[in-house]
Design a protein around this ligand. Sequence first.
Ligand code: MN
Length: 714
Amino acid sequence: MLRITDILDKTQSYLPAEELEMIEKAYVYSATVHQGQVRLSGEPYLTHPMEVAGILADMKLDSAAVISGLLHDTVEDTLTTQEHIEEEFGKDVAFLVGGLTKLSLISFGSQEERQAENFRKMILAMSADIRILLVRLADRIHNMRTLQYQPQDRKIYIAKETMDIYAPLANRLGINWMKMELEDLSFQYLYSAEYSELSRRVVKSDESRNRYTEEVKSIIRSELEKYSIKGEVEGRAKHLYSIFKKMNEQNIKFDEVYDLIAFRIILDSDNVKSCYEALSTVHALWKPVPGRFKDYIAMPKANNYQSLHTTVVGPYGERVEIQIRTRTMHEWAEKGIAAHWRYKEGRAYTNNEDNQIKKLRETLEIQQDIKDPREFMSNLKLALFPEEVYVFTPNGDVKAFPKGATPIDFAYSVHTDVGNQCIGAKVNRNIVPLRYELQNGDRVEITTQAGHHPSKDWLKFVVTTRAISKIRNWINLEEKKSSLDLGRDLLDKEFKRHNLKFGNYVKSEEIKKIFTEYSVNSLDDLISQVGFGRVSPKQIVNHFLTDEEIKPAEPIIEKVKKKTAATPSLGISLTGIEDVMVKFAKCCNPIPGDEIAGYISRGRGVTVHTRNCPHIKNLDVDRIVIVEWNVREKHAYPVHIKVVCGDRKGVLTEVSSTISSFDINISYAQVETTDLLATCHFVIDVNDLHQLNQVQAAIKQLKIVKSIERIRKT
Ligand code: MN
């Protein structure tokens, strides 16, 4: 069993004395809180955190990482809290232990391959500090080393999780020894028959292989000496799982696997040129196998692995695989991201992400001839700290979302109907608002209700294109539906005014003829154009009238029924909003020239009010948008005016003809007479405020008129 003195021995070479004291303190703490707990092996629980800390110390990680190794299970398995750890060991350690606790609560298990990459990404995203991942991997190494004490089903579950998720993560970080050990340990449990057979055969041929290995090494060595290339030659058996994989992939038997040994030339010089010199020396000595040369120096692997790989025909006609690299490249190949994760010059590493990236870049820039280190860094940054969050579905699948995604985004990713009918969400069993920002590891459940509809407000916080387009689709459809109703209503009325029936025209050839004029393809399109206010009903009815009928008729002096729907807008442009249905508020009936503001009403487009309308002051400020008049063509807007006259017969006719002299239509007129006064109400269609002012001034000139005012409410 590893003792604290062993860990201190490992760390004293690179850590200052006061940090060794902290490690010792963490040991005492961990021993106290884990006291009485035992592992399945029967050993005291403490052996586990000790072994994990030992692995981290071997990797020469900083004191916070080693301490986190000692404490990594305390919050989850004992009465200790993260707050207490912070009091005792500071923020850095508490942050790491907190991250490890969160990770340990998530079980990934055996999942389909398509899910494995998402699980790996989720772990990366949750490892806000790279040390969290390194401790987690060390934890997994020790658990795998002691897997034999687990019951059979747990063995398979954990081994599969290790093979699918943790070994690839070690590979991504470039920590080769960890990747190989995790793979071989998982292999042992997942394919136990193949594993024992393979390990038996590899051991059996050991003696002769050792002789062979030494022979090849010495030939290479003397050849390098001839050309004064200084370096070391290694020959090692490949790890079992890679042999197994090769046999499977190439469908060959063990005896057919020639290159059981991987030979390696590690050059003393850090100059890349020497790698290519060594390569040509080897190629001059033995014939290279065509198509087997790979230049990972010019084109490093995604985890920054660099080396030259070649396969040659060796002294006995067998294939020999040789890797050539500098010492710096070798260091990276073995230890990966942990290679530079060392304590130097007494500076502690912070958990600051930018700082880590800076240090990574510094390390990389030391290496020569990397084509574009920045490109590698941005890839690495993306891989380690993705701009994505990973959350669980209720049945344990993982889904990836852009940062800032909400339960609505989640709902639409499940199904359009789930999104459209979403009325609530639960995260980790607690109800959250729909605008809640999803966090890594959240388990999300959506509550739906049949018949529920999306809200335009959702567009303010959803982030996925899918959700945005689905919500827009729904709103467009809804608006089209209501604009159809409105358009039909307006056309019916307008036709009726001319004693025509719109219904008689809908299937006629005549109406089809005008489609192109309004750039529409169908009658529905035409009707909704009227509903949206892009085409006036008058324009349409004019096509079915004679020239004489189009001329303004005599003022219709009758009681016109109060309009139920607001009049569609024409010639108005809204800043920042396109293609929405625009209506005028009935409370203030704005006309061009009035100062106006728009109010986004739920599912019913924008309603335009005058800025001094008393109603707008009571409305939700968030939904008020800036609107400007943009009059391209003249259109008529209804305005209600009240004219008070001295009682005289024919006042209505006199005022009406004044209005008509401006070529203004009167759509409503009514007179109330008392003993002395006549009060006339008119709804007149004016083009703008200027025209209204003109007509008001003209009416005021009439001797009979006592007062005139514009009534906001119709
Ligand atoms: Mn553990």
